[in-house]
Design a protein around this ligand. Structure first.
Ligand code: ATP
Length: 218
């Protein structure tokens, strides 16, 4: 089996407080895996460690065949720009850039300009008509659709989504999840989706739960 992301024996503590240990995880291309767990169980910390934004204390992480923890900061940033899309609960769009420019950002950071691809992604999330708008002129559901387009525009192999529907009402949450599902499946990207919502978790291909004993399939 081809594996996009593989983590082995991951452990993380803050000072004297262990957050998690012994975490093993594998994600295959095209699958969406929901990550569930109580508040404070360490879901966001695990996501940040997998993204290389936070440093695990032990274990290994292989992303797209590269050993993340053995890399220096520069190489890790370059790998992240190429292979990772991140979707946050609070959208994190740049307020002074238009919708199209926000979606184009990951390509620009890779030194690429591909307006056709930006339009294609805006069409995929049904926002082509709003390409010239500024983020403040969009609804929460529309902002999250922009964030999905931005996370996938550079064809990353891994998408990490941290409660991407946490700010949305049920109808918009369902719409955004369906788009995330369709876009990641079509792109063949693996997606790890942190969520408190059982409905969101049911939309995933697999469900994992993080607790004091570690990470378990459901
Ligand atoms: N920078 C930090 N320094 C110290 N402790 C931290 C830090 N960040 C997180 N923690 C602690 O680590 C634990 C895990 O936090 P984390 O945010 O990963 O949980 P979570 O499962 O994502 O929670 P939630 O569902 O509420 O977002 C918590 O007990 C939290 O207080």
């Amino acid at each position: 089996m081809t594996v996009v992301l593989s983590a082995r024996g991951l452990a993380k503590r803050y000072a004297d407080t262990p957050v998690f240990s012994g975490i093993d995880l594998e994600l295959a291309p095209g699958e969406i895996v929901a990550l569930l767990g109580e508040s404070g169980s360490g879901k966001s910390t695990l996501l940040n460690c997998l993204a290389g934004l936070d440093e695990a204390d032990a274990g290994s992480i292989t992303l797209a065949g590269a050993d993340l923890r053995a890399m220096d900061d520069e190489a890790r940033s370059a790998l992240r720009r190429k292979e990772l899309g991140f979707i946050f609960q609070a959208f994190h769009l740049l307020p002074h850039l238009s919708v199209a420019d926000n979606v184009a950002l990951p390509l620009r950071l890779l030194g690429q300009r591909d307006n056709g691809r930006v339009v294609q992604m805006l069409e995929a999330v049904n926002l082509a008509a709003l390409a010239g708008r500024m983020p403040r002129q969009l609804s929460g559901g529309q902002l999250q659709r922009v964030a999905i387009a931005r996370a996938l525009v550079h064809r990353p192999r891994l998408v990490l989504a941290d409660e991407p529907t946490g700010n949305l009402d049920a109808r918009h949450a369902a719409e955004v999840l369906e788009l995330l599902r369709r876009c990641t499946h079509e792109a063949g990207a693996a997606c790890l989706l942190v969520t408190h919502s059982e409905v969101a978790a049911q939309a995933a291909d697999r469900r994992l739960r993080l607790d004091a004993q570690g990470l378990h399939g459901e």
